[in-house]
Design a binder for this molecule. Structure first.
Ligand code: DMJ
Length: 441
């Protein structure tokens, strides 16, 4: 049951979030400093690629530390990045994750600090990622070797293809190198052109042939942020192609993928319902609906998301909404439902979203806090803990809680667009030339 008002004041809640952020960050500093992520139960570091750290947690967390006014911690993180981060590594990395976490994190932190080393790192990283676009279709390969530029991974998906334009476009604006934006936007357009007759995209596509290899459509993992970036590309760059692609996409999604108060799985060609599955990743969608101006749908869907959270007192990875039973029981500290509460509170000023946030924050502390940080749950039913604090916990989950409780006092919502990893990128209407229309039909 959703309470009408929070027990604590929003300011007190924001202070609690800040204290818990410090707790999580100190765990990283103590047991994983210089590595990608913390394993908080075993108190050991975790690196993504063969023990060669890309400083995932410091880069992903830096703007959160700055926004919360954790100055000493932010300075230590920035010094570490300036002095130690190098992309000259013989490792094959996943373009999507590196773009949203590292490129996005470096760019937003550069805009907040004006530290030129952060922009130089972003420019170097962008250059090393560019070979991904050298496919016959222009849609990116999934992996690239940062040193050699060798690419791999032809079977990709809309999220990995379409979630690059905010970061690459901002990099173009800041470096005056149009190539970044042009390649990333072309990838988005190429994907959009392969939509079905009813306007939907599938779950997997071959970037060499341009053929769909899965024709299941939904708004969850593998597709989710493709829609998010169509809308945000329009908002951040004033891009009319993106606006038109978003309008076509959202119309089709609301017509065929929406299922009562939920969104399920359908056939991309016929719209025929396939499955009633919804999960933590889909919970970004109320925020997108709200940003796109559809508050009634956004409110209804966030209420559904919160029902999912309340089934077991914390959010499962996925449920069958027809039977309201859990299909995937883990909770990897995901942010999306909190992000949506923040957007809805921003647009409605309805105190119920702060109350919703208070409930979720208390649940998070109760079940996921450890002596040295925060950890995932293997099961929201048994509450058995995992041993991993993903970098997006500091980048997104804690940031969105903090922003929800402090709203526009910390950051002027209308002046930024958040990338899909919660890195705020400046909206510079005057400085960013709207790109010419490409006739995307
Ligand atoms: C984050 O890395 C991003 O939000 C991405 O778009 C989806 N998955 C995680 C958080 O759940």
């Amino acid at each position: 049951m959703l309470l009408a008002a929070a027990v604590l004041t929003a300011a007190t809640l924001a202070e609690r979030v800040r204290a818990e952020t410090l707790h999580a960050w100190r765990g990283y500093e103590t047991y994983a400093w210089g590595h990608d992520e913390l394993r908080p139960l075993s108190k050991t570091p975790r690196d993504w690629y063969d023990g060669q750290s890309l400083l995932m947690t410091p880069v992903d967390s830096l703007d959160t530390l700055i926004l919360m006014g954790l100055h000493d911690e932010a300075d230590r993180a920035r010094t570490l990045i300036d002095e130690k981060l190098s992309f000259d590594k013989d490792i094959s990395v996943q373009n999507f994750e590196i773009t949203i976490r590292l490129l996005g994190g470096l760019l937003s932190s550069y805009e907040l600090t004006h530290d030129p080393k952060l922009l130089a790192l972003a420019d170097d990283l962008g250059t090393r990622l560019l070979p991904v676009f050298d496919s016959p279709t222009g849609m990116p390969y999934r992996f690239v070797n940062l040193r050699t530029g060798k690419t791999s991974g032809t079977k990709s998906n809309p999220a990995e293809i379409g979630t690059l334009v905010l970061e690459f476009g901002t990099l173009s604006r800041l470096t005056n190198k149009p190539v970044y934006f042009e390649k990333a936007k072309n990838a988005l357009v190429q994907l959009y052109k392969r939509r079905s007759k009813i306007g939907l995209v599938g779950e997997e596509i071959d970037v060499d042939s341009g053929e769909w290899t899965s024709r299941v459509s939904h708004i969850g993992g593998g597709i989710d942020s493709y829609y998010e970036y169509l809308l945000k590309c329009a908002k951040l760059f004033g891009d009319r192609d993106c606006q038109s692609m978003w309008e076509t996409g959202i119309r089709a999604v609301n017509k065929y993928v929406a299922d009562g108060d939920w969104y399920g799985d359908v056939d991309m060609d016929t719209g025929k319902p396939l499955k009633g599955e919804f999960g933590a990743l889909q919970a970004f969608f109320p925020a997108a609906l709200a940003l796109g101006g559809d508050l009634p749908r956004a409110k209804r869907l966030e209420a559904s998301c919160f029902r999912m959270w309340q089934l077991h007192g914390i959010e499962p990875e996925a449920i069958d909404y027809r039977t309201m039973t859990v299909t995937e029981p883990g909770y990897p500290l995901r942010p999306e439902i909190i992000e949506s509460a923040y957007y809805l509170h921003h647009f409605t000023h309805d105190a119920r979203y702060v109350a919703m946030g208070e409930t979720m924050f208390n649940d998070l502390v109760k079940f996921c806090r450890t002596d040295d940080g925060y950890t995932t749950l293997k099961s929201v039913i048994t509450k058995e803990k995992g041993d991993w604090m993903p970098s997006f916990f500091l980048a997104e989950t804690l940031k969105y809680f903090y922003l929800l409780f402090s709203d526009d006092n910390t950051l002027h919502f209308n002046d930024v667009i958040f990338n899909t990893e919660a890195h705020p990128l400046e909206r510079r209407a005057a400085g960013s030339r709207p790109a010419p229309m490409q006739h995307v039909h």
